[in-house]
Design a protein around this ligand. Structure first.
Ligand code: AMP
Length: 398
């Protein structure tokens, strides 16, 4: 079964075509700067073929048309006919409380995704554009929506409501939703396989540490707590996001800096986190380099980031009353040995002992990085959200 996975951003389209009979990637691509005169389309096709074109791609519909042309191209395409694509899986960021799992897309589902736009005004509209463009180009191909929020719909109510007047939950849907669900689910299943136990029998703390970062407590295969909330702004300090702060700071910042509510939200989303702290970069590679060269604020930003992760891990071990394994994934989690070392330092009381040598070797590869006598296992697992989406498609449609 060939499954096309689509992930649309406001000006981007990422796609992968997979053969799900044996989970092989056939082709993938990325269109960026859609709507600009210098849009870029990178395509990776048959036998290592790579092509980059810069041209004006006016809309997501045009990007999808372009993608389909590549996929069926005689020389570097991977299918003879568009009809070979048996299913399309769409990453949809917000499914509100309506979607607790992936669903086949029909007009009712599309409307329900539209109804969640208020909850994800930057992401859901782009996802809808992607779905509509595919409906236009390949109307007979079944499509599945896979939601970032769905995995967290098992979080109990006492953990997802905020201690603010209840009517805000009832009337405005104000609650914790959580994000990165597809990644947390993928790595949790992967670690269960490596440990050799069903995911329903183990407790895990999954640390998705990328430019956006979140932690998830996964008890017996179900998300019971996560660090992102109503929006992705809460929880960990991130590349440019502040993570959780004293809520009274918002009006204080508005006054100090003479900013509107919108400007302040932007400030906390785009100019804070390790970028704001270091004044250098949101990228951990830059921070590591600067810190090695003696830049104290870069060093501080890395310490703040790691300290927050450590606190969440301890908290989640507490709420689950024990843990079998800790997982590090996404750009920083998969590649940054120093950050993993800082996070797990002095956690032997909770049963975590990092194998320093293995930790240094684990860059972008799947690996157990705890010592043999560590009561809690520690794993580096490269995430694969696209594969998880394709698996969801296959599961639902078969
Ligand atoms: P993501 O959002 O998952 O793409 O992660 C982006 C973050 O991962 C950035 O802060 C990068 O600096 C970091 N990252 C990616 N590759 C590496 C690497 N080889 N070493 C250290 N950090 C990395």
């Amino acid at each position: 079964m060939k499954v096309l996975v689509i992930n649309t951003g406001s000006s981007s389209l990422k796609y992968q075509l997979m053969d799900m009979d044996n989970e092989i990637l056939l082709a993938k691509g990325l269109c960026e700067r859609i709507g600009f005169y210098d849009s870029v389309h990178k395509y990776y096709g048959k036998n290592g073929y790579y092509n980059k074109t810069v041209k004006n791609i006016k809309s997501h519909l045009e990007a999808i048309e372009d993608m389909l042309k590549y996929l069926v191209n005689e020389d570097y395409g991977v299918i003879a006919d568009i009809g070979e694509i048996e299913a399309i899986g769409h990453r949809v960021v917000h499914g509100g409380e309506k979607f607790t799992e992936s669903v086949v897309i029909d007009s009712n589902v599309l409307q329900a995704i539209r109804n969640c736009i208020d909850l994800a005004p930057l992401h859901n509209p782009a996802n809808i554009i992607g779905i509509e463009a595919c409906m236009h180009e390949v109307p007979d191909t079944p499509m599945v929506a896979v939601f970032d929020t769905a995995f967290h719909q098992t979080i109990p109510m006492y953990a997802y409501v905020y201690a603010i007047p209840y009517e805000l939950y009832e009337n405005y849907g104000v609650r914790k939703y959580g994000f990165h669900g597809t990644s947390h689910r993928y790595v949790s299943k992967r670690v269960a396989k490596l440990i050799g136990k069903p995911v329903e029998e183990i407790n895990l703390v999954s640390c998705h540490l990328g430019n956006g970062a979140s932690i998830c407590a996964i008890k017996k295969g179900k998300s019971i707590e996560t660090s992102m909330g109503f929006t992705p702004l809460s929880g960990l300090a991130m590349g440019t996001r502040s993570g959780s702060i004293d809520p009274a700071l918002i009006s204080y910042i508005m006054e100090c800096k003479n900013m509107s509510a919108e400007e302040t939200t932007n400030y906390l989303n785009k100019q804070s986190g390790v970028l704001g702290l270091s004044g250098i970069s949101s990228d951990f590679r830059d921070l590591l380099k600067a810190s090695k060269e003696g830049n104290k604020r870069a060093e501080l930003a890395i310490e703040v980031f790691a300290y927050r992760v450590k606190k969440y891990i301890a908290e989640y071990i507490g709420v689950m009353n024990g843990v079998d394994a800790i997982i590090f994934t996404a750009g920083i989690g998969e590649n940054n040995a120093l950050v993993r070392q800082l996070i797990t330092k002095d956690m032997d009381y909770l049963g975590l002992i990092l194998n320093q040598e293995k930790n240094k070797l684990a860059t972008g590869i799947e690996m157990k990085v705890s010592t043999d006598d560590s009561a809690v296992e520690i794993f580096v697992i490269p995430t694969n959200e696209e594969l998880e989406i394709a698996r969801e498609c296959k599961k639902i449609l078969q």
